[in-house]
Structure formats: structure tokens, C-alpha cells
Design a protein around this ligand. Structure first.
Ligand SMILES: Nc1ncnc2c1ncn2[C@@H]1O[C@H](COP(=O)(O)OP(=O)(O)OP(=O)(O)O)[C@@H](O)[C@H]1O
Ligand SMILES: [Mg+2]
Length: 367
């Protein structure tokens, strides 16, 4: 069929659907044209996208937010998604290569969509981020949107489910329809909220429907937007759910080798002022998350400013109060550790409340 015939066919089909008032299929058809137009007529695609979101049904009111339309709950008028555009990043996440390499590839795929499509391939559309709290899942979704220069829409499923149960399905649908109609990164945060609620008998039917809707959406997600689901309870999702995603990325805790640069990142210029404490902070940060380490750094920086003391003294003061809770054996073990790190007996004694005589007798080999 030549271009004109395709055009005529589309116009006729649109007219037919519009005249019979078949809104659902009309929207689907507009979306299809929008996707086709993405490559050769991006202005048409954008215009159609705008029309889709700016022309609400009675059931799906939309309200202007940050220059574009974002879905709101019909009863409460609360905005359902957080909308960031442009996405501002203070710093890029520090990522293990098993996470960073696939993410970089996703960026490359979306930057070369036309090349992929010419070869009958589409870029990765749906990603599942799993990992402990504070390891950079949300930050990486932000980084993705920032790097691709796309808006970030964030939907926290745990709050949507708890506060709007009963309307969750409809609200979720508004959000998904909206996210599909604009080029964006959609972050479904606390994704396990859905799985967790499944065992609960109340509203079971509603939630089952919700899971079904969501899984179908993941299967049919368009390649114009990226759907990122994040969870710190990946184990609550069954494997069938994992398989729905184009890619599953498991975010690890910071590795020991990374700890030095993480501490430099959070202390900034003042990292140099940590002196001997730096290696101590590295050793006590093992097994902690990025956000734990960041919280500690901020406490130290605040303490140093407010009490007008050096960074070293601020670290010592904060750790003294933390170590005060330890039992005697633990404090002795900590004393040996600090001795090995080159800390003076005087400092160790005042921090840990152990007499200097006792300290002298502590054998370094009693590890
Ligand atoms: N990989 C990282 N590199 C640098 N900073 C990080 C990283 N991960 C976390 N942080 C810091 O910790 C904060 C919290 O991280 P983030 O919100 O991304 O964690 P999360 O994995 O989404 O956790 P949760 O499961 O609790 O939502 C970030 O704002 C950032 O300051
Ligand atoms: Mg998060």
C-alpha cells in the first residue's frame, strides 16, 4: 500500500471509531498511529500524545502538572504520580559493573532506536531492579531518565495500594495509560507491595485483578517509554513475574573495594580531613548500604559545623557515643582494631572508656 492509501485507511478508521463513540478502540488506534509516526513524523506523534492526555474522559480526569498533564485520583484529586522534568542529579550512582554495563546498554539502545527498529529489534522496555534498601535503585532510575533526557514519573505502589484500595486498579490504569502516551521513564517503586498483599484475604479479588492488569501491561509495554519496577523484596515476587521483564538487575551492597571512593563522594572535599579515620570508616562500613554510609557522613559534617570542631573530632565524638552501647568484649575487640589502624592509646581510651593500663595489655594477636 502506498503512503496515501495508508493515510486514507487511518482517517477512515479514526472517523468510524469516533462516530460510533468507541473510545477505547479509538485511543488504542491513536496510540498505534502515534507509535508508527515516532520515526518519520515525531511532531505528529507528539501532537497525538498531547491529545490523548489532554482530552480526558469523565472517568479519567487529568490535571496540568509541571507543564504537562498528569493523572489524578477522581475522588481525592490527589496527584497519582510524581513528575520530574527535567531530572536533576546531584551525582551519578556508583554501580557494580554487573549493573552498570546493562544500564549503559539500555541507554545506548534507546539512543539508537531507529537503527534497532530498522533491523526488526526494539530496545529494552521493562526493567526490574532488586536489592536491599539504599543501594541505588531509585537513584539509578533517576540516572536513566536524566541520561536519556526523559521525564521521570514515579508511582509508589505501596501508598497507592494502601490509601486508595478499591480504586487502585483504575488509578493504576490512568497512570500506565499516561506513562505510555508520553516518552518517559516510569518508576513503579515498592513493586513488591502488590505481591505482599496477595496473601491478604480482604480485597483479594481486586488485587488479583490488579496483578493481572499489571503483568499484561508489562508484556505489552511500548518501546517509547521505559518501565522500571523496583523492589527490595525480590524474593516475594514469583519467578513468573521476573520473567516478564526484559532485564532483571540485582543491585549489590557496595563492595569493599568501592568503599573508599564512596566515602570520598559523601565527604566531598572534606574527605582529606578524615586522616586516620578514613580506614576505620572503611572497615566499619563493610556490609552497610550506600545510604547508611551517606547518613553517617552527613552526621559527621553537621556535627563538625554546628559544634565548630574538626572533621576528625566530629568522627570521634559520634563513634564514641555509638561504641558506648557495646559490651566490654566488643569494646576490647574494637580497641585492638583501632590500635592496628594506628590510633593512639589516649584516644582509644577516651573513646571506649577502657583504662590505658588495660589497653596496653590487650594483645594485638587476640583478633
Ligand atoms: N549506588 C549508589 N551510588 C551512590 N549513592 C547511592 C547509591 N545507592 C544509594 N545511594 C545514596 O543513598 C540514597 C538512597 O538511595 P536509593 O533511594 O537509590 O536507594 P534504593 O535502592 O531505592 O532503596 P529503597 O529500597 O529503600 O527504595 C541516594 O539518594 C544516594 O544518596
Ligand atoms: Mg527506592
Amino acid at each position: 500500500m502506498d503512503e496515501k492509501a495508508v493515510y486514507a485507511k487511518d482517517v477512515i478508521q479514526l472517523a468510524r471509531l469516533g462516530l460510533v463513540g468507541d473510545r477505547k478502540n479509538l485511543e488504542t488506534y491513536i496510540r498505534r498511529i502515534m507509535r508508527q509516526a515516532r520515526n518519520d513524523d515525531s511532531r505528529l506523534a507528539d501532537k497525538l500524545g498531547e491529545l490523548l492526555v489532554a482530552n480526558p474522559t469523565q472517568d479519567a480526569p487529568l490535571r496540568e502538572a509541571g507543564g504537562s498533564f498528569a493523572p489524578v485520583d477522581r475522588d481525592t484529586r490527589l496527584q497519582l504520580v510524581r513528575h520530574e522534568d527535567p531530572v536533576v542529579l546531584e551525582y551519578a550512582p556508583i554501580l557494580a559493573s554487573k549493573v552498570y554495563e546493562p544500564l549503559k546498554l539500555v541507554v545506548g539502545e534507546h539512543n539508537n532506536k531507529a537503527l534497532l527498529e530498522k533491523n526488526n529489534l526494539s530496545p529494552s522496555r521493562t526493567l526490574l531492579f532488586t536489592g536491599r534498601p539504599g543501594v541505588g535503585k531509585t537513584l539509578s532510575a533517576k540516572w536513566l531518565a536524566h541520561t536519556l533526557d526523559l521525564p521521570l514519573l514515579t508511582l509508589d505502589l505501596s501508598t497507592v495500594i494502601s490509601s486508595l484500595l478499591g480504586r487502585t486498579g483504575i488509578n493504576l490504569k490512568y497512570v500506565l495509560d499516561y506513562a505510555k502516551s508520553v516518552e518517559c521513564v516510569l518508576l513503579l517503586d515498592e513493586f513488591d507491595a502488590i505481591a505482599k498483599q496477595r496473601g491478604d484475604n480482604t480485597e483479594l479479588g481486586e488485587l488479583k485483578r490488579l496483578v493481572t492488569v499489571l503483568l499484561q501491561e508489562i508484556d505489552l509495554w511500548p518501546s517509547s517509554s521505559i518501565l522500571v519496577a523496583a523492589t527490595n523484596h525480590g524474593e516475594l515476587l514469583d519467578r513468573a513475574v521476573w520473567r516478564r521483564f526484559d532485564q532483571v538487575l540485582e543491585f549489590p551492597l557496595p563492595s569493599n573495594a568501592e568503599l573508599g571512593s564512596i566515602i570520598d563522594l559523601y565527604f566531598g572535599e572534606q574527605s582529606k580531613e578524615l586522616g586516620k579515620w578514613k580506614s576505620h570508616i572503611v572497615s566499619i562500613s563493610q556490609g552497610k548500604s550506600f545510604s547508611d554510609i551517606q547518613r553517617f557522613a552527613h552526621r559527621v559534617l553537621r556535627k563538625s559545623l554546628i559544634s565548630d570542631i574538626s572533621i576528625e573530632d566530629a568522627v570521634q565524638s559520634i563513634l564514641s557515643s555509638e561504641y558506648a552501647d557495646l559490651g566490654l568484649q566488643q569494646r576490647k575487640a574494637m580497641a585492638i582494631k583501632l590500635k592496628k589502624e594506628g590510633m593512639s592509646d589516649r584516644k582509644i581510651s577516651s573513646m571506649l572508656g577502657i583504662a590505658r593500663d588495660t589497653l596496653r595489655k590487650l594483645e594485638p594477636e587476640t583478633k
